[in-house]
Design a protein around this ligand. Structure first.
Ligand code: AMP
Length: 189
């Protein structure tokens, strides 16, 4: 199986690249952010619990993330691998992912990290706020999401670097060019 975790700060283009990658490589897509937003849209019990956390730009608890992942993993079709977008977000989740893939008799092939300078990120996020109207894309929440990323999520890249599974990719420029760079990494695995 080809199991990829797409990694990078908010606004680095993970969602955009994911859509193209799942199609090209026939991967199942697991975006914890999309799954949480779906729970909110359904107004489920879980959705009610996570809304205020997401609106504040904080990370949802690992326990809830495990709950939604287990739901999804049961319904995996016969894809050729899994693309994780926005997960793992901290070191505990990196271990959760390891266990989850181990249960499926597989492991993470690569963690691909989209590298984008912070000034560019803020600009992209504000543009997205105008286009998509995501309730957590306002300047205050965005700042907190960056803080969460720096303190909790960035250390995850070190975890995979130590295992020689971390592949940084320049996330600047045209979507197609970034996609080519990411594809080149995957094709070289
Ligand atoms: P995203 O769509 O990946 O940018 O996620 C949007 C928000 O959902 C984040 O700011 C968090 O509040 C929450 N979230 C998404 N994925 C996770 C995760 N793996 N762990 C904790 N919180 C998450």
């Amino acid at each position: 199986m080809l199991n990829i975790a797409l990694f990078g700060p908010p606004g680095s283009g993970k969602g955009t690249q994911s859509k193209k990658l799942i199609e090209k490589y026939n991967l199942a897509y697991i975006s914890t952010g999309d799954m949480l937003r779906a729970e909110i849209a359904e107004d489920s019990e879980l959705g009610k619990r996570v809304k205020s956390v997401m609106d504040a730009g904080e990370l949802v608890s690992d326990e809830l993330i495990v709950q939604i992942l287990e739901k999804k993993i049961k319904n995996l079709t016969d894809a050729e691998g899994i693309l994780f977008d926005g997960f793992p977000r901290n070191l505990v989740q990196a271990y959760i992912l390891k266990g989850l893939l181990c249960k499926l008799n597989t492991e993470l092939t690569a963690m691909i990290s989209l590298e984008v300078p912070e000034e560019e990120l803020m600009e992209r996020m504000l543009k997205r706020a105008e286009l998509e109207g995501r309730s957590d894309d306002n300047p205050e929440t965005i700042k907190n999401r960056f803080r969460q990323y720096e303190s909790k999520t960035r250390p995850v890249s070190g975890f995979y670097r130590e295992m020689n599974r971390c592949y940084p990719v320049d996330g600047m420029g045209r979507v197609e060019d970034i996609f080519q760079r990411v594809s080149d990494v995957i094709d070289s695995l």
